[in-house]
Design a protein around this ligand. Structure first.
Ligand code: NAP
Length: 308
């Protein structure tokens, strides 16, 4: 069976994706900054090391790969966006792409496709959109920090396609999962009975359930007609309030108190990131659906049930 190399494969998406790939009989190599911390549990998963700052990578891993999934990058929502953190978010993505590119150039390999993560942070606010339908892949990038990260991130991996390798970029929405990611942040106050709604709560949230996202990566690997940029969001775009209240009902029945956190307070607490969580963004899933992808969790409620 083919071998899939996953950069940043130790993270939330990479771990779930590894599980799916193994189930389907693929071999997986995880490229990590801490290869010594992991031991291969069987013959199907291996860990290989890289050092992005020093631009060093285990080239045997590249030589073995049939497909590369590029997920590595400093967590966008993990810490407040200080100047240093912003630089880390950007540089971890650019430098890891550059390292992959130079490794592909210097190694004899048989890589057929690279599937790279990107994010819907590319897009601007709904109100700046000329119509009511979601942003499609050809919409221009917004002009803020996250959009600039996405733009630079996507261009940093672009030269791969000049090497006759099929390149797919998945502009990923908020990933809903059992543990980690955005839902974790809403679940924590719910354990004390508080349903925390951000601002007015009417801002639209474009999300995808983790299982569907992993299936989309697999779909991109297995379908040679898939190339270029695709939004990785479910059709069931919701609002922040609906997301939080639905989650609260599932976790607490009716025993919760909705609490609105004013935008001003959010700006004080999390700084520039507040603009992102208060931003209404409706993103279209039409292109990936037209390519033949079907969602297991197109609607919010079933997706949330899967996450609790
Ligand atoms: N989760 C979401 O809602 C979401 C939405 C849109 C896009 N994405 C993107 O999808 C990708 C994977 O997301 P995830 O949720 O699985 O993230 P994650 O859990 O934070 O995992 C990312 C992995 O990247 C590696 N990494 C972290 N900091 C790094 C750095 N400074 N330099 C190089 N590598 C670093 C880590 O692997 P090692 O420590 O093993 O090296 C980590 O396990 C990310 O690029 C993320 O931005 C995620």
């Amino acid at each position: 069976m083919p071998t899939v190399l996953i950069t940043g494969g130790t993270g939330m998406i990479g771990t779930a994706l590894t599980g799916l790939l193994l189930q389907r009989g693929y071999r997986v190599i995880i490229l990590t900054r801490h290869a010594d911390d992991y031991s291969a549990d069987d013959n199907s998963v291996q860990y290989a090391g890289w050092n992005i700052d020093e631009q060093r990578v285990d080239k045997t891993a590249i030589a073995k790969a049939d497909h590369i999934i590029h997920l590595a990058g400093a967590g966008i929502g993990d810490k407040k966006w200080s100047k240093t953190r912003k630089l880390d978010i950007l540089q971890s993505r650019i430098k890891s792409s550059e390292l992959l590119l130079s490794a592909l150039k210097e190694t004899s390999h048989h890589v057929k496709s690279v599937i790279s993560s990107s994010a819907i942070g590319w897009y601007g606010k709904d109100e700046n959109k000329p119509d009511n339908i979601g942003f499609s892949e050809d919409a221009p990038a917004a002009n803020d920090f996250l959009a600039n990260v996405c733009k630079t991130w996507e261009s940093s991996i672009e030269p791969v396609s000049e090497k006759a390798i099929r390149l797919v970029k998945l502009r990923t929405g908020i990933v809903l999962s059992k543990s980690g990611g955005a839902l974790e942040k809403f679940k924590k106050p719910l354990s004390a009975g508080l349903a925390v709604i951000l601002g007015g709560g009417d801002q639209r949230v474009s999300w995808i359930q983790l299982t569907d996202l992993c299936r989309m990566y697999l779909f991109a690997i297995e379908n040679e007609n898939i190339q270029g940029i695709y939004n990785a969001v479910s059709p069931g775009v919701t609002t922040n309030k609906k997301l939080v209240i639905n989650l609260a009902k599932l976790l607490r029945n009716n025993f919760f108190i909705p609490v609105h956190i004013p935008g001003l307070f959010l700006r004080l607490a999390i700084g520039e990131m507040a603009a992102e969580v208060l931003k209404s963004v409706t993103v279209s899933s039409e292109k990936i659906k037209a390519a033949g992808f079907t969602f297991l969790y197109p609607g919010l409620e079933a997706a949330l049930i899967q996450c609790i």
